[in-house]
Design a protein. Structure first.
Length: 128
């Protein structure tokens, strides 16, 4: 079985974004994902609103950054979205968009950014 997911860029008006996510669910998409970047609207709030308007589609960040955002905050946001969506939240974590890290003057070379997550993520979390 192949699952198809919808990748959303939260640059659209909120009402339009919610309609796109609802349409993705109606078309049978497995999940709706979005970037968690400061360039766009807050995808956590967008998916919180979408959770109330959908029943089956999974949702969460396709990339959320453990250097620019504390891993415990990511876990808090993911747990809240998971509760709001009745268990449909999931996340992909990353050390971040290299261009964005440069804009924030983050020196990531030689670091172990995903090590920041070792005590923050639930025991069933896995990295690929």
């Amino acid at each position: 079985m192949v699952n198809f997911s919808y990748a959303h860029l939260p640059a659209y008006p909120i009402a339009q974004s919610l309609e796109m996510i609802k349409t993705a669910e109606e078309l049978g998409f497995y999940a709706a994902y979005s970037v968690d970047e400061t360039y766009w609207k807050d995808m956590w709030l967008l998916f919180a609103a979408a959770a109330d308007k959908t029943q089956q589609i999974r949702m969460g960040p396709s990339v959320t950054h453990v250097i620019l955002k504390d891993p415990t905050l990511i876990c808090q946001q993911l747990a809240t979205l998971d509760e709001l969506s009745n268990g449909r939240a999931e996340a992909v974590i990353s050390f971040g968009n290299l261009a964005m890290l440069g804009q924030y003057h983050v020196k990531w070379q030689g670091s172990r950014p995903l090590a920041r997550c070792s005590g923050s993520l639930p025991s069933h979390a896995h990295f690929s």
